[in-house]
Design a protein around this ligand. Structure first.
Ligand code: ADP
Length: 211
């Protein structure tokens, strides 16, 4: 949006001296309050200035985008996560498909008997396995899963923006949230973060519901 030179002058005054009343701004510009009214209305409606009754006008500071970016850069996985759904590596493809439907998730994590993460199963992994001629009850998920060490993971304290980057770079739908076990030689799955969680964050941001 194009601002008039007077509107830019107003912004500069409020930036330097806000909160400041309309009357005081008018005085500085040697104009009447009534003359300034339309400019102030435009500047508040477009978000450059904010007005509080009995306080006056103040500059909103950073641009809306900057404020949003600052906020997003502090949100961690911890704030937006879902519970993980896991299957044993000995489970069949048939069982995994049933679990995916029953639990209503798009990604399953595969664990061994010590509940250590060994693999990931996506919808397409299961669809691909279903294209073959073999009975699905007889194929263990361990044959078709994406396996360690090729699994992209994250931790509770990681920034959500880092997770979003990983999802895009690796072209995947979700990540397991893990903690290290056995002195860092393995991972236990403690959560799940997916594109859906990140969409929820977007909605919260739009509704200004992010603390
Ligand atoms: P879909 O295949 O249903 O579109 P994804 O895009 O999530 O779902 O998965 C694409 C491939 O990446 C699949 O083979 C899946 O096993 C694998 N994959 C999914 N999540 C991860 C992850 N966190 N780390 C590594 N590989 C993954």
């Amino acid at each position: 949006m194009e601002l008039t030179s007077r509107q830019e002058q107003i912004i500069e005054i409020v930036k330097g001296s806000g909160p400041i009343t309309g009357e005081q701004i008018a005085e500085r510009l040697s104009l009447t309050r009534a003359t300034l009214r339309p400019d102030l209305a435009i500047l508040t409606m477009s978000g450059f200035l904010d007005a509080r009754p009995r306080v006056g006008y103040f500059y909103t500071g950073k641009s809306g985008t900057q404020l949003l970016a600052d906020k997003v850069k502090h949100i961690t996985v911890n704030d937006y996560q879902s519970r993980p759904v896991v299957v044993q590596q000995s489970a069949s493809v048939y069982d995994a498909i049933c679990t995916m439907f029953l639990e209503d998730v798009g990604t399953l994590f595969v664990v061994d008997q010590q509940i250590t993460l060994v693999g990931v199963l996506s919808r397409k992994d299961l669809l691909r396995a279903s294209l073959g001629k073999q009975a699905l009850e007889t194929i263990p998920v361990s044959i078709i899963m994406t396996r360690m060490p090729n699994i992209t993971v994250c931790k509770q304290g990681d920034l959500i923006i880092e997770v979003a980057n990983k999802l895009i770079m690796k072209q995947i739908d979700g990540l397991p949230i893990v903690i290290e076990v056995d002195y860092g030689s393995g991972y236990e799955v403690v959560g799940r973060i997916t594109k859906t969680n990140i969409t929820a964050l977007l909605v919260d941001l739009a509704n200004d519901e992010v603390i």
